[in-house]
Design a protein around this ligand. Structure first.
Ligand code: LLP
Length: 408
């Protein structure tokens, strides 16, 4: 990714301490503009998938560019509003929404709710009826296509819990079209994340576009063709899909259909614009095995532990020693607490810094307080200026919701 300003990691570490998340807002903006321009000449809405990075300042950075928001909980919907995303650009998806969440989404008059099951359409209809309104919906279709990605982030196969089959979708559209309280405006599919092959996306788009055509033949006219997110990024040496090719594949599938294209990118916009900065505590050896112990841990950045995901590590050190393989591990009490296994690094000193790359997506957001560790601070850089966008969690923050219940 193009880094306009050099980031002074050492200075950031001394000002904000470690572990620390750092986001380059200009790089995020460049990614947004690249994808948006791939769809130029067509009506399109990029709805940033907030789950990938839900810091309010990051969402606002996209909202200022005209982005919408793809949300998967009412908490995310509230974040989108707070960050200035207009109601008519907010989408609420997810396989399980509570009645309260559905009610609030309807009351907030968002663009549409993505419905993921026949049971759910019943709940949405009932709640819209109680509120005396008509709710705009879209239906998430599961095209049963293998996206060829990590099984944990594959979502477009019948084996996955997401969406409904074509036949069920058709029934649901007919039902919605006949209901006073439902307004079917869109169709949605999202087959998985970190996609690096275009064919599965194209095949899915063809299947879903065919459904749009068959709905048209029974006078059900949709306005939005929501292609989900999923565009992969380069963590190591992956060949990724070019936004232009992606857009062309969708447009080819949509031939003859004049729907607004909605795209829900997360990782593509944020992953490579984020860095996780951690400090070396010490080196140790168990027999021949070398470990570098750092102050960040799996509670800060879970992807390596959960998916064995690769994140490039850059060592900032004076050390001139030869590289040798080490496991980079954190202080959490789990053998699964690592950022890398057998990673070539020079011998490191106490307080040397490691920059863990591609940490802008599904980094902070998947963090936890496991082992009573406060979550890191987050800073953003824009036009060379650094600002704090989330302060570090302190011990008092962690116990705030429990303390009053302690029996003395
Ligand atoms: N839309 C829907 C309906 C989604 O489920 C997702 C991601 C997105 C959009 C955004 O996908 P993206 O453009 O970021 O690939 N924690 C995993 C990724 C989980 C993705 C979940 N859904 C990871 O760290 O790789």
């Amino acid at each position: 990714m193009f880094r306009i300003f050099m980031i002074n990691f050492k200075e950031l570490a001394s000002t904000y301490k470690t572990p620390l998340y750092i986001y380059d807002l200009d790089a995020m903006k460049a990614q947004y503009e690249q994808l948006k321009s791939a769809f130029k000449g067509r009506k399109s809405l990029l709805a940033f998938a907030i789950k990938s990075n839900s810091n309010l300042s990051v969402i606002k950075n996209f909202a200022d560019l005209g982005s919408g928001a793809d949300c998967v909980s009412i908490g995310e919907v509230r974040r989108a509003f707070l960050a200035g995303v207009p109601n008519y650009k907010i989408i609420f998806s997810g396989v399980g929404k509570s009645d309260d969440e559905i009610r609030e989404a309807i009351e907030r008059d968002i663009l549409y709710i993505n419905v993921e099951s026949e049971a759910e359409i019943g709940r949405v209809e009932l709640i819209a009826k109680e509120l005396g309104v008509q709710c705009r919906i879209s239906i998430r279709v599961n095209p049963n296509i293998d996206p060829k990605t990590h099984p944990y982030i594959s979502t477009g196969l019948h084996d996955n819990k997401f969406g409904v089959e074509i036949d069920a979708a058709k029934r649901m559209y007919i039902r919605a079209n006949n209901s006073e309280h439902l307004d079917p405006v869109g169709i949605h599919f999202h087959i998985g994340s970190q996609l690096t092959e275009l064919d599965p996306i194209y095949e899915s788009a063809v299947i879903v576009a065919d459904l749009v055509r068959s709905l048209q033949s029974i006078k059900i006219e949709l306005k939005f063709f929501d292609i989900g997110g999923g565009l992969g990024v380069r963590y190591k040496d992956e060949e990724t899909i070019k936004p232009y090719d992606y857009a062309q594949a969708i447009l080819t599938a949509l031939k003859g259909l004049d729907l607004t294209i909605v795209c829900e990118p997360g990782r593509f916009l944020t992953a490579n614009a984020g860095y996780f900065l951690t400090k070396v505590l010490y080196e140790k050896k168990n027999g021949a095995k070398r470990f570098v112990v750092v102050d960040g841990a799996m509670n800060d950045l879970l992807r390596p532990s959960l998916y064995k995901a690769y994140h490039r590590i850059e060592a900032l050190t004076q050390s001139q020693t030869e590289l040798s393989d080490a496991d980079v591990v954190g202080p959490v009490c789990e053998s699964g607490d690592f950022f890398a296994k057998n990673y070539p690094l020079p011998i490191l000193e106490h307080n040397d810094l490691l920059v863990i790359h591609s940490a802008g997506a599904y980094g902070f957001g998947m963090g936890s307080n496991y082992n009573t560790r406060g979550r890191s601070a987050e800073v953003a850089i824009s036009h060379g200026e650094v600002k704090l966008i989330r302060r570090r969690e302190e011990f008092e923050d962690l116990i705030a919701l429990e303390k009053e219940y302690l029996d003395n």
